[in-house]
Design a protein around this ligand. Sequence first.
Ligand SMILES: Cc1cc2nc3c(=O)[nH]c(=O)nc-3n(C[C@H](O)[C@H](O)[C@H](O)COP(=O)(O)OP(=O)(O)OC[C@H]3O[C@@H](n4cnc5c(N)ncnc54)[C@H](O)[C@@H]3O)c2cc1C
Length: 415
Amino acid sequence: MAGAHHQVLIVGGGAAGITVAAELRRHDHEDAIDIAIIEPSEAHYYQPAFTLVGAGAYSLKATRKDEAKLIPSGVTWIKEAAAGFDPDNNAVTLTSGVRVTYDYLVVCPGLKLNWDAVKGLKDAVGKGGVCSNYSPDTVEYTFTCIENLKRGDSAIFTQPPMPIKCPGAPQKIAYLAADYLKKSGIRQFVDVKFLTQTPAIFGVPFYAKELVKIAAGHNIDVRYNHNLVEIDAANKKATFDIVAGDQQGQKLVLDYTMLHVTPPQTVPDVLKGSPISNAAGFVDVHANSLQHVKYKNVFGLGDACSTANSKTAAAVRKQAPVVVRNINHLIRNKPIEEAYDGYASCPLTTAYGKVLMAEFIYGGKPTPTLPLDPAKERWINWTIKSTGLPILYWDYMLKGFEAFPGHDTKFQPPA
Ligand SMILES: Cc1cc2nc3c(=O)[nH]c(=O)nc-3n(C[C@H](O)[C@H](O)[C@H](O)COP(=O)(O)OP(=O)(O)OC[C@H]3O[C@@H](n4cnc5c(N)ncnc54)[C@H](O)[C@@H]3O)c2cc1C
């Protein structure tokens, strides 16, 4: 079924899709570019604040806005999901079967939470002490679980295989829970464990070194190479596969009172096996230009693209201007720029009122924005995380303003 044609067609109206559309509009002084966004959801959430919601330090309501209010004026909203890509014919098929054609395609449908990948998780989450900051449906229950902890209880926090959205988020909530217990005077009576499938606490060694000390300071029992595979909700038991090390191939079964689960994540189904995806399903783009490796009029950014940066809204903030400039360059027959350096930022909430602001580019090079030692937890970073960044997101980034402070690519860590 033939549908409309749009000059720029964007798949996914989340952090990336809205930002790209808004920046394109802001650059387009003659209102000449015809833009459409394919997005089935009525609501958009500021997911970076979910960590604070789960810790009782931010309201879920403040993270939600109607999608209709975020789609920039003059941009067409196609309110359904993309079901297939036909880049050889510059077309996207919608779930209704309608084909929409384009001159330029931007693909950013984010990541899908794969609750089915852990046996028993889908039925268990949201009750019986099993919680997750990763969904608006379950994030408030995290704080209920933390508040309900008492002497003799066991709180377990899990991290699945990469890639996931915000790789720091699974441990952030563990630090906040430990700090909450400390403030309640019962920290020494509650066992707190953080089990991650990964071999290290964080992918960037410069920050990992500090985080290991922070976890130890909270007396959190950290186990690497442990992948959650099953939840027995009736008996409150969590089973982990040990994926590396001396005990590789063995299982560990732990009792829990509270189990905070970060679900495994995949690309949305529409990308699996698609002609624009790599073998793992991610939109196969060049690391610096974000242009598709094969289809020159296709771009990808955000969590669903193949680049090796940490999957964060902070990365989207730096990727979107590159995509927008490159589309404008193509329209004007100018050369593509390779300007995205892999920037991402992960504000690690290490306690109530304290954040370690991990900022880095490709290769794990630290690139702080503020002229302060980035390896330190600071109250100012908590203010930035809880107040500054939401304003930056809603009022600047999603409105298409790119005038943000630059990160310091020449920063040299102290010897
Ligand atoms: C608990 C948690 C904590 C986080 N903390 C931080 C943080 O501290 N800092 C930070 O920078 N980032 C953080 N993030 C990550 C950040 O939210 C994401 O990296 C960011 O939202 C990615 O933007 P995106 O546009 O790629 O995906 P999203 O914002 O998730 O948007 C994807 C959109 O695509 C739509 N879509 C899906 N499938 C289709 C389809 N077939 N057709 C059309 N549309 C489709 C979806 O409905 C959605 O609206 C956190 C995330 C979580 C969950």
